[in-house]
Design a protein around this ligand. Sequence first.
Ligand code: ATP
Length: 430
Amino acid sequence: MTKDANLEKITALAKRRGFIFPSSEIYGGLANVYDFGPLGAELKNNIKQLWWDRFVHKRDDIVGLDSSIFMNSKVWEASGHVSSFTDPLIECKHCHSRFRTDALPHENLKQCPHCGEKEGFSEPKQFNLMFKTHIGATEEESNDVYLRPETAQAIFINFKNILDTTRKAIPFGVAQMGKAFRNEITTGYFIFRMLEFEQMEIEYFIHEKDWERFFDHWKEEIITWAIEVGISKDNLRFREHDEKERSHYSKRTVDLEYNFMGDFKEIYGLAYRGNYDLAKHKLMYVDQQSNEQFIPHVIEPSFGVERTILPILLDAYHEEEKRIVLKLKPRIAPYKTAVFPLVQNKEEIVTKAQSVHQNLVALGIYSAWDARGNIGKRYLSQDEIGTPYCITIDYDTLKDNTVTVRDRDTTQQERIKIDQLQEYLMPKII
Ligand code: ATP
């Protein structure tokens, strides 16, 4: 099976099982915008929680921020986004469709991918990617606001607030995750390039002399995270930006790329931004011990949530002889367990199964409940959404208080005592 076919299968599975729906579908859709369904919402939340846990809770040198999406427009003027957060676009002289110059295949330099005509394209024009709207009833320029195109900028403008309210000293980081918006012209496959997406970003503030050491540290951290969350190491590579590609303030940028159908594309970015942003916002740092005043430098690891989900789904998807199985890491799987009463018409079995199910949920082990159809079909249904363990309550349970626990990946079954379930499951799912 080609990877292309794999992408189609993932897209279909995501829709069929309630992971990801095209937006506004009943009104004909909205290109490059997607909704996360019941299982997609769980998967996404699990990834975000894991990220927060790893980079905020488990590290004493990083604190979190949850800023608003709207900010004073002066923020984006100072940061350079109003003048230069742009893509070069060319327009087909025949149908007027616009394309990013770097997105056109070389052989298509004359032919429009949209209408197929060969009339050629206009000279490239810079097109700003920020969505603009306005606050209040009048459309005066002074009321203009932008939907943030990245979460990072709010970290810089809160730098002083964070220093004043925490006991952090350099080196330290601030993490934030949330929605970002970009008026992308080039369409991407499935959820790779969206107009509205989520980022998880860290600004790690350092002394200039330490930048190389921390850059290497974060390079290691981002790939370790990607592998831990379930992306196959074999499909990942780093790509160093050359001088032409790098933003003028960046001294070094590296992308972590994933092999999408033979085409390596950025999933995460790592940039050494010097002290560009804090300098632009006129923010300083005073060392409490030496009283030295300086503008800290910053290393920025930037992770896309949807660009985490797509590779995870592609790598987790397996077709076996008799089943489709999503081999998701248990920690991020929407359900950790599914509980089945063997039959629906024996009250004691259903009641027992309900109590096992409720107890698991109370322990924080999110569990699915399924009482319909034969057990084989129920297993297949859970395999397809990546539930690591299925627990069946049967006639023997009523005699000896044991249940059958079936492992998603091996399909092996074990008999476990109900009062030992927690001990059995916990190390496997966290
Ligand atoms: P690209 O070159 O693919 O447009 P970028 O270099 O503009 O990406 P950054 O500005 O570095 O991306 O954004 C940081 C991260 O945010 C990216 O690594 C990616 O994970 C995510 N991201 C950026 N744009 C999008 C988008 N349109 N849809 C989904 N995720 C995105």
